[in-house]
Design a protein around this ligand. Structure first.
Ligand code: PGA
Length: 261
């Protein structure tokens, strides 16, 4: 049975108190899950990370940051250094989310530098990729994924692969105006991604977990996670209520016929 991954990026939602309440509730609700088989993670705002790491058992729920600078120190106003994130004891750094790419103009090259820095500092690098609606319409989705992966991972070596996770998040599927990808479409693209990873790193590339994100909800989670090349779900809105996220995790896990407790 494949190992499953469920996580959420809280984006620019939830203040410190809301984040800690949420994490305490989610920990309680999910404590009976088999954590060797089910990896849970939450990516709160920077300002909540310190308190979040104080109250969270990261053997149960891993914590991550939503971005990171590629340099350790320097004249980088407004940026967060890998050393600062290490001080907080968090495990994951999310890089290249579509909002970083499309609202804040981050390029594949910059994201590649950040992925390398995250791995060098011992974090799990969660690289987000995905085509826009326009790119899909033009029939160049696979080419876009190839460019994002090849540039984003250009500095990564085989020994670092056990710390690499990929999230496939088609831009047209994300957020309030997003349309979730069908399970078949998501599977097709995950297959493309797995093939590119294998092309880049050989056999070990196959073991890199690839998560799907973009309007995942209680209705579509089971169908998505059942696909052979989908290793996990990266959930936004449907995860921001601890009860609902717990339900989604359990329904999805049941859908792949796994013992959860
Ligand atoms: P959504 O967000 O589930 O609210 O569409 C997904 C994401 O941005 O990762």
């Amino acid at each position: 049975m494949k190992k499953l991954y469920f996580g959420s990026n809280l984006k620019m939602y939830k203040n410190i108190r809301e984040t800690t309440d949420y994490l305490i509730r989610l920990q309680k609700l999910t404590q009976d899950l088999e954590h060797e088989k089910i990896t849970l993670f939450i990516i709160p705002s920077y300002t909540s990370l310190d308190r979040a790491s104080g109250i969270t058992d990261q053997n149960q729920i891993m914590l991550g940051a939503q971005n990171m600078c590629w340099e350790e120190v320097g004249q980088f106003t407004g940026e967060i250094s890998p050393l600062m994130l290490q001080e907080l004891g968090i495990k994951i750094v999310e890089l290249g989310h579509s909002e970083r790419r499309h609202i804040f103009g981050e390029t594949n090259e910059i994201i590649g530098q950040k992925v390398k820095a995250a791995l060098e500092h011992g974090f799990i690098a969660l690289l987000c990729i995905g085509e826009t609606g326009k790119e899909k319409q033009c029939g160049i989705s696979d080419e876009i994924l190839r460019i994002q992966l090849k540039t984003g991972l250009s500095k990564v070596c085989e020994e670092e692969l056990d710390k690499l996770w990929i999230a496939y998040e088609p831009v047209w599927a994300i957020g309030v105006n997003g349309l979730p990808a069908s399970s078949d479409y998501a599977q097709e693209k995950h297959h493309v991604i797995k093939n590119i990873l294998q092309e880049l790193f050989g056999e070990p590339g196959k073991a890199v977990p690839v998560l799907y994100g973009g309007s995942v909800n209680l209705e579509n989670a089971g169908g998505l996670i059942q696909q052979p090349d989908i290793d996990g779900l990266f959930v936004g809105r449907s995860a921001w209520d601890a009860e609902k996220f717990n339900q989604l995790i359990r329904d999805a896990t049941e859908a792949v016929n796994m013992e959860v407790s």
